[in-house]
Design a protein around this ligand. Structure first.
Ligand code: DOR
Ligand code: ZN
Length: 346
């Protein structure tokens, strides 16, 4: 098979930042995807409906024309989010979820939730109004080993949220472990998960290959090869509750290549081609369209995109570097060859 044509895909987890950085990256996503769930971890975060609508306007203004790309907005949950904030958000056709960052878990999570137990009224309101909960599932207690944070979060927190709010729709974001896959499979159809291209393509060795590799550092951090294999199987075998969400997270080259480098991998430049590379390894494209273009829309209760995208088997090389205000941006797999290229977009 040398050509793949499938329904225009969506990115169910994306960081765009804000102007002017956003202007350097939004075109990459708009070129490939119909829609994307836009993460709210700006500084200050997108806390209210009004913040989200204003951010959406800035995104629309930054998209290179012509484009029919649609940003799907989210709120950032804090200790002070109220049931009213949730009701207002759910009344907006532009807001599709609220993101739970445990405080300190990742980039711009300082304003995140410090005590999950206090969020019950918010989860109750989300369940009632049908707003989807997106979860950064990592325990933040300093004594928890960085490679165990996802599993500990499931055991200590996520399992309780799941059983206390059975009708709440939850997306377990950027899963990295077999434990997360097993959790999603073991609960009901109200729980889904996004999987990134980088977690499908690298394991934790890639962070230390011949030296410290800051461009392979993200959160949750990549895990052992066995976990990567399990993610690849979950993505490629057609299960409806797993779908694409790149977690593409631009940071300048300087912020990454530093004594305390930021977490985040920029994959948006070639996101669809990177996912194709992963499915190529699985040697099975049967469910590529489901993973890229159907499962997420169905979980979010949105129609499928109208258009299509075509990839051709053709070797090409990802650029070493991309423009970024005040610095440059190093894309995931910079300078490396990929074997599928987008050749058409209708
Ligand atoms: O690696 C990450 N980068 N993980 C996240 O959860 C946030 C993201 C970012 O915003 O840079
Ligand atoms: Zn993210």
């Amino acid at each position: 098979m040398n050509k793949l044509t499938f329904i225009t895909p969506d990115d169910w987890h994306l960081h765009l930042r804000d102007t002017p950085q956003m202007e350097a990256v939004v075109g990459d996503t708009a070129r490939q995807f119909g829609r994307a769930i836009i993460m709210p971890n700006l500084n200050p975060p997108v806390r209210t409906c009004a913040d989200a609508i204003a951010y959406r306007e800035r995104i629309l203004a930054a998209i290179p024309a012509p484009s029919s790309f649609t940003p799907l907005m989210t709120l950032y949950l804090t200790d002070n989010t109220s049931a009213t904030d949730i009701r207002e958000a759910s009344d907006s056709e532009h807001i599709h979820g609220a993101k739970l960052y445990p405080a300190g878990a990742t980039t711009n999570s300082e304003a995140g939730v410090t005590d999950l137990a206090k969020l019950d009224p918010v989860f109750e309101a989300m369940q009632k109004h049908g707003l989807i909960l997106q979860v950064h599932g990592e325990a933040t207690a300093p004594e928890v080993d960085v490679f165990d944070r996802e599993k500990v979060f499931i055991d200590q927190y996520l399992a309780k949220i799941r059983s206390n709010f059975p009708e709440l729709k939850i997306v377990f974001e950027h899963i990295t472990t077999r434990d997360a896959i097993d959790f999603v499979r073991s609960v009901d159809a109200n729980t889904a998960a996004t999987i990134t291209p980088h977690h499908l393509l690298i394991n934790r060795n890639a962070i230390f290959e011949g030296g410290i590799r800051p461009h392979h550092y993200c959160l949750p951090v990549a895990k052992r090869e066995g976990h990567r294999q399990a993610l690849l199987a979950a993505a490629s075998n057609g299960e409806a509750l797993f779908f694409a969400g790149t977690d593409s997270a631009p940071h300048s080259k300087d912020a990454k290549e530093s004594a305390c480098g930021c977490a985040g991998i920029y994959s948006a430049h070639s996101a669809v081609e990177l996912y194709a590379e992963a499915f190529e390894e699985a040697a099975d494209f049967t469910h590529f369209e489901s993973f890229m273009s159907r499962n997420g829309a169905e979980f979010y209760g949105l129609p499928l995109n109208q258009g299509s995208i075509t990839l051709e088997r053709r070797e090409w090389t990802i650029p070493d570097s991309l423009p970024f205000p005040g610095s440059s941006l190093i894309p995931f797999k910079a300078g490396q060859a990929l074997h599928w290229k987008i050749v058409g977009n209708d």
